[in-house]
Structures are given as structure tokens and as C-alpha cells.
Design a protein around this ligand. Structure first.
Ligand code: DMJ
Length: 779
């Protein structure tokens, strides 16, 4: 496969394995951010240099280094990602240099080598430095290799945000560069960025968000997990401690780790939460990047949750052949692609090293078999476009050779198969090898003293010790298996056998500590009780709240039963309230040419304004309001006067929008969802609630359309300008038996089906909020 890269792609950055050619940026259709890794610097060649040595391809390594020195230009007029260039190219050059000097010292290969890769690394390091020219010290996300930043020719430098991992994954490469060369500036810059992120952590939860403003330090995205956008920030804090021996990095890592285990870890799941309200889950799905986390937990010495999460991920892989880019909490595919990411192989390698359990070799074998069976193509390995269909994408990212090959090889390699002692090195996030002796070289940058800023963590888990298999598995070779055993069917989709125990539990008449009718999602005490009962609260994008119970996450079996009772009460409350509060969907019908009433869009009603079920329909031409969100007085009243105004959802209450368009003279309003891709086919309709005040002043009818339906009207305006619609209770030609969107009381098989299981899905309304209840029960 290295040969395939040389033959078909070199000197291009990446191989296109389906068409057997190189991917040259600018010559292929743009793929957006993904292309920011491509700097016309033979990315795959540099990223895979040290893999060649690990695989004992020393001669090939020597040739590859010569090619890099002869052909690679780091001065291209191309805008690249600072993060990707650092981990793949700077890391690749430094990993190559580390092994080149190791080989030279051995006296056989690389005798001619005179630190040339290091000189290239230094040149690249200086090219990245202008990115740090911000008051915060956080780097800009992109830089032009030739023109730097901000100059007009640079075509970059106007960005305001970056991801936490992007700003926090520099210290290993930058410190190594400083220590190899004696130029301290690199380590200083990387430290400054890390210091700033630490300062900005959310102080009550000790979590960081996904995206931060590089000028103000404000969190732009306040959700927090261990996957995409944050992952390697945590990894580099722990590894910086290992490589540089600076205690402050370990203290920071431990503080974050404590928060992760408190809020994000919901074994075997790792679920994103809000940094300000860490008891609230922010998502119903997990991304594939978090698969590195069990490997990091091994390095930290916390093996039990590492085994649990890894086992859950393995079962997802067995179900879909690969880890989908994102999957739901009930293990369905959320994003179907898989770009041959190495994170799971990485964790498998570290777990095998920690446990010696041959189970992990079996896991590795499955990974290799699946790669050969589903991803191998004549010119290499192709990314999966959709793990469900097995379709391919013409893409083989450089990390496939840099990381996947390395970790899979190392998993099966004996000590004698590797020509150097791998234990003398640390793996960067791109699996490049940096020698641990750097910790005692050129230490001119002052270490931060440990200060009272760090909370004492009262837990032996945070001892200043390295993981030790003797302590981790005291006299029990079956320890890892005993942790995996209860999880062995966690993702299994086989149907449960019975529900007797659930019903028995309810017949006993016991009441949960929190009654469903009293529950308020804003009450912190209620949230505590929920957590104890294994019930997670997830805020959905459309404003609803989802309740999910995983009985295995409850504090005890009694709490789990309480959780069940609570969920059962919620379901009962739901069906009761559904009966009371059901509202038939409304319709927006396009009646003008060329639609003539044939296009009928399902719309949600409002709890205020003209009730279309009691009054005649409203007919009128549509006009977009300005501002489009309708949150302030309209600047185009002449355009909406006597018309039905279109307004975008968000930024203020529905009632406020209604008042603003009514004041401008509109005869009705249609609010269009701002969640791209939403549709009444896939999301349940809801009523637009008032603002808690008297809404009698709102006289015009208001309807809600999801984004897909809304864009039909917007497209029609673009094409025909004059578009007339009818807002009504129900269009006359609509079929009867269309399913009631509120009436979803579905019994399905739970993914947690190690034994008797049952799940319910139901939509309920409680205290004017719509809840979706999903109950997973495990026995
Ligand atoms: C790699 O480039 C690195 O591991 C990075 O930290 C995130 N993940 C990709 C591969 O998935």
C-alpha cells in the first residue's frame, strides 16, 4: 500500500484509491474543511514515515526520507489547517527525525542523515507561528503556507472561532521541536494556548466547550464531550505530562478527567453535556472520534471504564462492520460514513498492552478482516461512504497509513519484531513517535508550579502513579472478561422475551421518589434524582426534551426500579394528556400558479392568534419579513402589509414574532424552522407556545413549518415571485387515516436486551413542554 501511494499518487497529498490517482487540491471538487489538511506537501508520504520503521521497512524509510528532502516544498500558496498540519506534517517530520537518529546511532541505516527532517520541521514550525498572533494566544484555525495570515494574498485570517482540540493539540510537536532544536519559542506558544484554554474552562463543571472565540475567549459551542472538537486537547494534557514531566499538565488533566467521569461518562456510553448544565445531555448520539478515549484511559490507568466503552464500541462495529461516523444512544447509524478512522484500533492496542487479554487480538483480527473484506480495493483501501450499503468514497486519508497500519501491526507484533524499543517513545495523536528522553533535554521553559488553583481530587484514581498491571488486575487474569461479560449483549438487537418483571414492578404499587406530574426539567434537584434513577435528559434541537432510561446507569437496582416507575408514570401521563391536548395538524396549501392547491404542507398550530379550527381559512400572498427572524419591528412593512409573512424560527418567542408582523399589517404568519433538514415526515409536530403572558392581542393566524416544507415555499417564491397560500385547519383533499403525529406510543425491542427488555417511545406533554420518553430497561 505504501508502494501504491508512490505509484499512483506521489507527489500528491493523498491517494484516491478507486480511481488510482493522486488527490491534488484545486484539481478535484472541493470537500470543504476536509481539504484543509492538503498543503501540496506530499502529506501521506510524510505522515507515514515512521510507520515504515515500525513495520521494519528500513530501506523503504531511507528512500522515503530522501524523497521528502528532495521533493517536498513547504512554501506553497495554499491555506491549510494549523491543527492538521501540526499533527500530520510537523508530527510526521519529527517522528521521522526521531527514528532517523535512532537508526543512525545503530550504525547501519541513515548514516548520511544530518538532521535534515528536523530542519524542515523547524521551517514549518516558523510558518505556523503567525497563526498565534492573537491577544488570547489561541491560534487561528488556518494559515497560508506562503503568505501567513491576514495579508490580502493570504486569503485567511478573518476567522473568529476555532475548536478546542485545534488550539489544544500542539504541545507535543511544538515542545519536541523546541527541545530538539533549542528554539524555545514553539513550546512557549503552545503552552500559552493551553494556559488560555485552562483559564477559560467552565469553572463550576471544569469542562470545556467544543468551539471558542480566539479573540474574546468566549465559548461559541457550549456542548462538551470527549469526541470531535475536544478529543486530543485532553489527550495532550496527559501526554504533555508524560513527555515533559510538568505536574501542572497532570493536574489539569486530572481535573478535567474527574469532570468527564462525573458528567460525560455514562458507562458504557460517553455522552455530550452542556458545560453550564453538565447534568443535561446535549446529544442523543456519539461520534466515532471518541473511540480513542479508552486508549487514553489506559494511559491514565483507569481500566474498567476503558474496557466497558471499548466493548460497547466493538459491538457497534460488529453490527455495522465499521464504526459509523456517528451513532445514536440506541446504536443506530446517525452519520453513515466511515473514513477508515484508526481510533478504535488505537484503543484496542492499548487495552491489549494493559491486559494481555487475547480477546483484544480477536478484536484486531475482526478489524483486519473487515478492512480486507469491505474496504480493500485494487489501489489501496477506500473510505466507506455508507457502512449500511458498503458503498465507497474515493478517499484514503493519510492517517490510515500513519495510524491504522501502525496500531494494527503493533497489536500483533512481538517485541523482537520491532527494531527499537517502542516503550521509549510516546505516540502523538497522529501516532507519531517522540522519544521520552526529550523530557530532560533543553528544559529552558519554566515549568508552572502547582498552585492552589487546582482542586484536590480525593480519589486514589488521581494518585501520582503510573498504571501498573499488577495493581490493575490483582491475581485475576479474567478481570477484563468479568467487566465485559455484563455488556456482552448491550448492542444486541434481538427481541426481548418477556415483560413480566416490568409489570410486576408496577403491580406492587410503589411510587417513585419523584412523581412524573411534578417533574420540572429546570429543577436541579429533580435532575439529580433522575440521574440516580438512570434517567438521562436530552435537549433536542427542536426544543423538546427526551427522557431515556438506561437501567444499568442507575445508582442501584432499587433506583433503577424507581426509574422504571417514573418512566411508566410519564407514559401514562402522556397518553392521558394526548387525549386532552391533541390538536389536528394544520395545512399550508399553495394555491397560485402552477401549484393550484396540489402542494399541501403539513403545519403545526399556535396556542395563540386566530384559531383556524374555528374560523374560516386565511388566504394571501406570502412575503419574507425583514429582519427574517421577525424579532424586532419590521423594516419592510410595505412588503408584508396585507400578506402572509414568512419568519424564521429562533432568537425570540413565537408570540413576539407574531406581534411584529401583525404590527406591520400582515394577515397571517408562517414560522419556518431554522434547523436545516427538519421535516414533518421525521419529526413530530408541535404547537407554538405563547410567551407566558396574555396573547389575546394577537389576532392573526400563525402556523409552523419544518425546514423542508418551508423551503418548498421559499423555492416557489424564488421561481414564481408571486406565491399565494391558504392557511387552514385541514386541507380538503388530505387523506383521512394520516397518522396523528402526537400519537406515537410504540413498543420496540430495546438495544439493551441481554435478557428481558422492553422499550416504550411516547410523546408526552408535561407543564406545557413536550417530552419524548424512551425507556430502555435491562434485566
Ligand atoms: C487523526 O488525524 C488524529 O488522530 C486526530 O487527533 C483526530 N483523528 C484523526 C483520524 O481519525
Amino acid at each position: 500500500h505504501f508502494r501504491a501511494v508512490y505509484e499512483h499518487a506521489y507527489p500528491a497529498d493523498e491517494l484516491m484509491p478507486l480511481t488510482c490517482r493522486g488527490r491534488v487540491r484545486g484539481q478535484e471538487p472541493s470537500r470543504g474543511d476536509v481539504d484543509d489538511a492538503l498543503g501540496k506537501f506530499s502529506l501521506t508520504l510524510i505522515d507515514s514515515l515512521d510507520t515504515l520503521v515500525v513495520l521494519n521497512k528500513t530501506k523503504e524509510f531511507e528512500d522515503a526520507v530522501r524523497k521528502v528532502l528532495r521533493d517536498v516544498n513547504l512554501d506553497n500558496d495554499v491555506v491549510v489547517s494549523v491543527f492538521e498540519t501540526n499533527i500530520r506534517v510537523l508530527g510526521g517530520l519529527l517522528g521521522g527525525h526521531s527514528l532517523a537518529i535512532m537508526l543512525k546511532e545503530k550504525g547501519e541505516y541513515m548514516q548520511w542523515y544530518n538532521d535534515e527532517l528536523l530542519q524542515m520541521a523547524k521551517q514549518l514550525g516558523y510558518k505556523l507561528l503567525p497563526a498565534f498572533n492573537t491577544t488570547s494566544g489561541l491560534p487561528y484555525p488556518r494559515i497560508n503556507l506562503k503568505f501567513g495570515i491576514r495579508k490580502p494574498e493570504a486569503r485567511t485570517g478573518t476567522e473568529t472561532d476555532t475548536c478546542t482540540a485545534c488550539a489544544g493539540t500542539l504541545i507535543l510537536e511544538f515542545a519536541a521541536l523546541s527541545r530538539f532544536t533549542g528554539a524555545t519559542i514553539f513550546e512557549e506558544y503552545a503552552r500559552k494556548a493551553l494556559d488560555f484554554l485552562w483559564e477559560k474552562r467552565q469553572r463550576s463543571s471544569n469542562l470545556v466547550g467544543v468551539t471558542i472565540n480566539i479573540h474574546t475567549g468566549d465559548w461559541v459551542r457550549k456542548d462538551s464531550g470527549v469526541g470531535a472538537g475536544i478529543d486530543s486537547y485532553y489527550e495532550y494534557l496527559l501526554k504533555a505530562y508524560v513527555l515533559l514531566g510538568d505536574d501542572s499538565f497532570l493536574e489539569r488533566f486530572n481535573t478535567h478527567y474527574d469532570a468527564i467521569m462525573r458528567y460525560i461518562s455514562q458507562p458504557p456510553l460517553l455522552l455530550d453535556v452542556h458545560i453550564h448544565k453538565p447534568m443535561l445531555n446535549a446529544r442523543t448520539w456519539m461520534d466515532a472520534l471518541l473511540a480513542f478515549f479508552p486508549g487514553l484511559q489506559v494511559l491514565k490507568g483507569d481500566i474498567r471504564p476503558a474496557i466497558e466503552t471499548h466493548e460497547m464500541l466493538y459491538q457497534v462495529i460488529k453490527k455495522h462492520n465499521f464504526l459509523p461516523e456517528a451513532f445514536t444512544t440506541d446504536f443506530r447509524v446517525h452519520w453513515a460514513q466511515h473514513p477508515l478512522r484508526p481510533e478504535f484500533a488505537e484503543s484496542t492496542y492499548f487495552l491489549y498492552k494493559a491486559t494481555g487479554d487475547p480477546y483484544y487480538l480477536e478484536v484486531g483480527k475482526t478489524l483486519i478482516e473487515n478492512l480486507n473484506k469491505y474496504a480493500r480495493v485494487p489501489c489501496g483501501f477506500a473510505a466507506m461512504k455508507d457502512v449500511r450499503t458498503g458503498s465507497h468514497e474515493d478517499r484514503m486519508d493519510s492517517f490510515f497509513l500513519a495510524e491504522m497500519f501502525k496500531y494494527l501491526y503493533l497489536l500483533f507484533a512481538d517485541k523482537e519484531d520491532i527494531i527499537f524499543d517502542i516503550e521509549d517513545y510516546i505516540f502523538t495523536t497522529e501516532a507519531h513517535l517522540l522519544p521520552l528522553w526529550l523530557s530532560t533535554t533543553n528544559q529552558s521553559i519554566s515549568k508552572k508550579n502547582t498552585t492552589s488553583e487546582y482542586t484536590e481530587l480525593d480519589d486514589s484514581n488521581f494518585d501520582w502513579t503510573c498504571p501498573n498491571t499488577q495493581i490493575l488486575f490483582p491475581n485475576d487474569p479474567l478481570y477484563a472478561q468479568s467487566i465485559r461479560e455484563p455488556l456482552k449483549n448491550v448492542v444486541d438487537k434481538s427481541c426481548p422475551r418477556g415483560i413480566i418483571r416490568v409489570e410486576e414492578s408496577f403491580r406492587s404499587g410503589a411510587k417513585p421518589p419523584l412523581r412524573a406530574r411534578d417533574f420540572m426539567a429546570t429543577n436541579p434537584e429533580h435532575l439529580e434524582i433522575l440521574k440516580k434513577m438512570g434517567v438521562s435528559l436530552i435537549h433536542l434541537k427542536d426544543g423538546r426534551v427526551q427522557l431515556v432510561q438506561h437501567a444499568i446507569q442507575a445508582a442501584s437496582s432499587i433506583d433503577a426500579e424507581d426509574g422504571l416507575r417514573f418512566m411508566q408514570e410519564m407514559i401514562e401521563l402522556s397518553s392521558q394528556q394526548q387525549k386532552e391536548q391533541q390538536l389536528p395538524p394544520r395545512a399550508v396549501q399553495i394555491v397560485s400558479h402552477p401549484f393550484f392547491g396540489r402542494v399541501v404542507l403539513t403545519a403545526g398550530p399556535a396556542q395563540f392568534g386566530l384559531d383556524l379550527s374555528k374560523h374560516k381559512e386565511t388566504r394571501g400572498f406570502v412575503a419574507s419579513s425583514k429582519p427574517y427572524n421577525g424579532c424586532s419591528e419590521l423594516t419592510n412593512p410595505e412588503a408584508v402589509m396585507g400578506k402572509i409573512a414568512l419568519i424564521q424560527r429562533g432568537q425570540c418567542m413565537f408570540a413576539e414574532k407574531a406581534r411584529n408582523i401583525q404590527n406591520a399589517g400582515a394577515i397571517g404568519g408562517i414560522v419556518i424552522d431554522d434547523n436545516e433538514g427538519s421535516s414533518s415526515d421525521t419529526a413530530p409536530l408541535f404547537q407554538m407556545a405563547g410567551d407566558g403572558k396574555d396573547t389575546d392581542d394577537i389576532k392573526i393566524p400563525m402556523l409552523f413549518l419544518f425546514s423542508k416544507e418551508g423551503s418548498i415555499i421559499l423555492d416557489a417564491i424564488r421561481e414564481y415571485e408571486e406565491v399565494e397560500v391558504l392557511l387552514s385547519d385541514k386541507a380538503k383533499d388530505r387523506g383521512k387515516g394520516k397518522k396523528n403525529p402526537f400519537n406515537l406510543n410504540i413498543h420496540t425491542c430495546s438495544p439493551f436486551s441481554s435478557a428481558d427488555t422492553r422499550s416504550y417511545i411516547s410523546f408526552i406533554r408535561n407543564k406545557k413542554r413536550l417530552y419524548r420518553v424512551v425507556l430502555y430497561t435491562v434485566y
